[in-house]
Design a protein around this ligand. Sequence first.
Ligand SMILES: [Zn+2]
Length: 241
Amino acid sequence: MNGPEIHVDFAPELTVFVPNDRRRGATALVTDGVSTLGHVVESLGVPLTEAGALVVDGRQVPFSHIPAAGESVEVRAVERPQQVPGAPLRFLLDVHLGTLARRLRLLGVDTAYESTDIGDPALSARSAAERRVMLSRDRGLLRRRELWAGAFVYSTRPDDQLRDVLGRFAPELKPWTRCTACNGLLGEATKEQVAHQLEGGTQRSYDVFAQCGDCGRAYWKGAHHDRLEAIVEHALAEFGS
Ligand SMILES: [Zn+2]
């Protein structure tokens, strides 16, 4: 290319996306003179969901800014907590984030997830239709323009993924109010109402029951309760209001 030369400097949080030779400080880049700065940033590997303010020579510009020769561009990370205006905060997770989906539901965060891969077009259409923030580690999916909003999930470890999402969006936490299987809301239930779902030992041993209003699944303080309780306590200690 033979267009204007600019300098681009990425925030440390974003260097994971860019080529090695652009990870340390400002580097020169020749643009085509017509592409927007948003396009330029994206073409260097950074999903626009992850770009915060774009600052050119000290002044913030929109993604639609067309860079001119000699400009110094600073690409900042998104601010945390990130505000997502226009709808109650709710999420849609791609097929690879099943553990994270169950943990968010455990904490009462509205989280849509399907264990089968419905494909990027269907996912982005659902994000738009239901105004859900799309969470994914797939940069191609996060580039789709239909998305209501999106966020890259930086870690592959569920513990870190949960801290990442809670720290980034600061959702209201209401533990033990949602079905971890289907995202439905839980209501109180008597032992009689859920007896047909319980093994004999469970029936005798436990008295606290809840039931999903959508799928009917019964919940009680059973075998995995201590592990789940630990997840809830850690989340509340760090991110509870
Ligand atoms: Zn359910």
